[in-house]
Design a protein. Structure first.
Length: 392
């Protein structure tokens, strides 16, 4: 039995006994024997980039004297790094972590031309090796790989709007690039992740227009791709959907979704509880609403972002957006959908209006949210093959 199933079984056993802890956003590290439908390809269309270019703020992390004496990256050995209190960067005070692996033989005995930074789901499972089996498949296919998490615990990862993780994610990505300097030649960068890890990077990038203002960290020299497995693009609409479902497992998920923004975390949706978006509860829902061009409604805010916030005037950014539908399982169960497909399709459709972005949508209706991105059956291998179609 995979680690994902073990952890999920423990979680659902605990909640059945009255444990009020919030679930993590996702765990994805193992394949499931599901039938996958053919990918649907979205056209490459869109809107021209905004001409206003905000200045890039300085990296506010404490100076690190160790950078000039960073360790080499030996082939075939995972290198685990913990940054205490994430070198003083907000939000929170927890450590942040990454793991790095280079398969020199898979890259012809030299530095790889591609680096993938794979962001953990909300359980924050990189540090304990949860994602190692998956990322070893990526490494075997010719990429230097890094698994990154901006916090240590699932509880902490559920406390803040996703966009607030920008400086931690920026710092981690910068450190990974520096550590991997002898194993990656800097040409192609892949930013990927599942659930939380397919949500926070997009909100962070958009909030800073990072591809344009911080290209030395967020882009590859010759190309940049973003691969998102079952991410969230409209948290207010999500909490309204999940909070109205009759599946008893959805209550804790609704509490986590709302608790990121509001002072309380109700189990069900209501417009008079002072917590849900339609009740005027909480703050800053809009910074995580990444459906570019979205107009506000009763259950959701307008998105503050445009095509330019998720693109670059210097290069074409390639997006692959992946949905996992959970088959016939209970929507909020261990093998269910958890994040409905419209969270990915509406994001993908909006990006497809941007002429300077390349957008590809892929649907895996039989795969559980917790297994989205698994190599053989839930999108991992197909995403890797997609990189080849880019000429990388």
């Amino acid at each position: 039995m995979s680690r994902a199933f073990i952890l999920l079984a423990l979680f659902f056993t605990a909640t059945a006994c009255g444990d009020d802890r919030r679930p993590s956003d996702a765990i994805a590290d193992a394949p499931a024997a599901e039938t996958v439908t053919p990918d649907d390809v979205a056209p490459e269309t869109g809107v021209s980039a905004d001409s206003d270019t905000p200045e890039s703020p300085p990296d506010t992390a404490a100076p690190d004297a160790a950078l000039d004496t960073r360790p080499d990256l030996p082939a075939d050995v995972w290198q685990a790094v913990t940054l205490p209190a994430c070198d003083g960067l907000a939000p929170g005070v927890e450590d942040c972590h990454y793991r790095l692996l280079h398969r020199q033989a898979a890259c012809g005995g030299a530095a790889c031309s591609r680096l993938i930074v794979y962001w953990s789901g909300g359980e924050q499972g990189c540090a304990d090796g949860t994602y190692d089996p998956l990322l070893e498949r990526w490494a075997d296919s010719g990429l230097t790989v890094a698994c990154a998490q901006p916090f240590t615990t699932s509880d902490e990862s559920g406390r803040y709007p996703y966009a607030d993780e920008l400086e931690r994610m920026h710092h981690l990505t910068r450190r990974i690039r520096e550590h991997a300097a002898l194993a990656w030649d800097g040409r192609y960068l892949v930013i990927a992740g599942v659930s939380h890890g397919a949500t926070a990077p997009v909100a962070a990038i958009a909030s800073a227009r990072a591809f344009e203002t911080r290209p030395e960290v967020w882009t590859g020299r010759d190309g940049t791709a973003v691969i998102l497995f079952d991410g969230i693009s409209d948290p207010a609409r999500l909490e309204a959907t999940i909070g109205r479902m009759r599946d008893p497992g959805c209550g804790l998920w609704h509490a986590r979704f709302v608790g990121r923004y509001a002072p309380s975390a109700p189990l069900t949706h209501a417009c008079d509880n002072g917590a849900c978006y339609c009740a005027g509860g909480g703050r800053r829902w809009e910074v995580d609403t990444t459906v570019v061009g979205q107009v506000g409604g009763p259950d959701w805010p307008a998105s503050p972002y445009t095509c330019a916030d998720l693109g670059s005037p210097a290069q074409r950014i390639h997006y692959r957006v992946v949905s996992c539908g959970g088959g016939q399982a209970e929507p909020c169960g261990a093998l269910g959908d958890i994040i409905p497909d419209d969270q990915q399709t509406r994001f993908s459709d909006a990006l497809s209006t941007c002429p300077d972005l390349s957008v590809h949508y892929s649907d895996h209706p039989g795969c559980a949210h917790t297994l989205c991105g698994a190599w053989d059956f839930c999108g991992g291998k197909r995403a890797r093959e997609w990189l080849d179609t880019l000429g990388w």
